[in-house]
Design a binder for this molecule. Structure first.
Ligand SMILES: [Zn+2]
Length: 285
């Protein structure tokens, strides 16, 4: 489990930068952090902590303390810039040496979305980066003092795309697969491969469970569903039901003689893979 701290800059009495049309930086920062949180919290390998989730004021040193106390793996602070016109563009800031690899990845994702002038990923002495004990970075995606950039920063669709990019950057740095797939508590996503077609399975207590209906149909097996259980032929099989999908154990397919073998792929890097080896020929009744 990795712990990610998302830090929405400023708050309450501290509005941060004020835009050309009087929009507040604190509102942009909070909106972004809530969006990134929504994306990351779907990942069972990531635990997200927000330094603020509403319009409240949190001291800079307390933001770092929250992260240090949680033993977080990474810290991302979201801000928006202000400067004398015609200041413009996107930048990612870091302070500690250990921040740099994380900030570099974040900046790559930031630039891929904003398309604004590249102010680079660079050093600045920042309280939240200086006082945190884990890799930290602070993004300034654009200038609220620039009318075109202010409009872009408060565009809902732009914010959604930037949120996805930040979630992807965090996942890349942590070596965690980014995906929006939700799985029930205590289960982990697993790709089930049958005849080169991927299906979405679950890993529960180290055992792989495959989507019964799709896999049994693909194998041409005779099956039925009654009283929340899958029957293969006349045999009742251990069944788990989540969100309208019934799952059965991969190993049961082998034990029932429906397939030749079921293996957890030892070479899978991110999401684990389950390989199902069907029999040479399948007789469909
Ligand atoms: Zn700020």
């Amino acid at each position: 489990m990795k712990t990610v701290i998302l830090d929405a800059g400023h708050g309450k009495k501290d509005s941060g930068a004020v835009g050309v049309t009087k929009k507040f930086e604190k509102d942009f920062n909070l909106s972004m952090v809530l969006k990134v949180n929504e994306l990351l919290k779907k990942n069972p390998e990531i635990n997200v902590i927000l330094t603020r989730s509403t319009d409240v004021f949190v001291e800079l040193v307390d933001r770092a303390k929250i992260a240090n106390k949680a033993g977080a793996d990474v810290f991302l602070s979201i801000h928006a810039n202000a400067g004398e016109p015609p200041a413009k563009g996107s930048e990612t800031l870091y302070t500690k040496d250990m921040d740099k690899p994380f900030a570099t990845i974040i900046h790559k994702y930031l630039m891929s979305v904003t398309g604004l002038a590249d102010r680079k990923c660079r050093y600045q002495n920042l309280s939240v980066c200086r006082n945190t004990t884990m890799p930290a970075a602070l993004i300034e995606p654009g200038f609220l003092t620039n009318q075109a950039e202010e409009e872009l920063l408060f565009n809902e669709e732009f914010q959604n795309r930037l949120a996805v990019a930040m979630a992807q950057g965090i996942c890349e740095y942590l070596g965690v697969k980014y995906g929006v797939r939700t799985t029930p508590a205590g289960t982990y996503p697993v790709d089930v491969l049958l005849n080169d077609v991927p299906y979405e399975g679950l890993l529960i207590e180290g055992k792989s469970w495959v989507p019964a209906k799709l896999i049994l149909n693909a194998l041409g097996a005779r099956w039925s569903y009654a009283l929340r259980s899958i029957y293969v032929g006349d045999t009742k099989v251990d069944t788990k039901n989540y969100d309208g999908t019934s799952y059965i154990k991969g190993t049961d397919l082998r034990d029932l003689g429906i397939v030749r073998g079921v293996f957890l792929d030892p070479d899978a890097i991110n999401t684990k893979r389950v390989l199902i080896y069907p029999k040479e020929s399948v007789t469909n009744e």
